[in-house]
Design a protein around this ligand. Sequence first.
Ligand SMILES: [Zn+2]
Length: 249
Amino acid sequence: MPVVRTEAIALGRTDYSDSSQIVTFYTRDHGKIRALAKGFKRASGRHSSKAVDLLSQYQIFFIKKEQTSLHTLTEAVLQNNYPILRNDLDKYYRASYMAELTNEFTVENDPHEQLFDILTETLAGISTDHYPVLRSLVFEIKLLKILGYLPDWGCCVECKSRIQQAAGVYFSAKDGGGVCKRCQMKSPRGIVVPPGAMLIAGRLAEMNLQRLDRVRLHLSVCIEIEKMLRYYIAFLLNKELNSWKYIKV
Ligand SMILES: [Zn+2]
């Protein structure tokens, strides 16, 4: 069986035995994979160099199994463990949320190289940025876009007219887009969103991450967009995410 090498971020892990774990990685070349990591569990003693840390980037080597979705990890070489994240609880929870989102929205062996790159850039950005709220917000929107869930925030889903960025605009998760005031009155649905929230979210979806440092968005605007996204994500996944308990909106 072939040994495969790829870049990977550790998203989650569960115990398998006293000395082994099953680690979920998001990889550049194979998308999400699960790998049995034998002898990788102990964080001290002679196996210390083999422990896999969550939210760290590795170059991994694994034996790719064709008959099962559980592969075998043979080596994990640490590339970046984003040390600043480990010393700042808010940043750590925010990064954990990015990992949870990636895990929940992806299926195994379905690679999206762009998503991998944005995940690593976002972890680095959250780690070093003094204002990580915008970083995580843009990651949520980019993930939705890459995986084909980006709503139509520009036009009414019903009558296709351009959404007027005024009071009384609605967003319907079920319809995947904005609803104008007139259509909303005919057939009520969704949640009301503040003027401009959908317009700004749509612009962030198209934004180059390298230009994010220059963007100044008031915290209250970020909060309104985040509320809208959580409502939409909860609808898509049919549940609330664990990380939401730890990150204030
Ligand atoms: Zn309409």
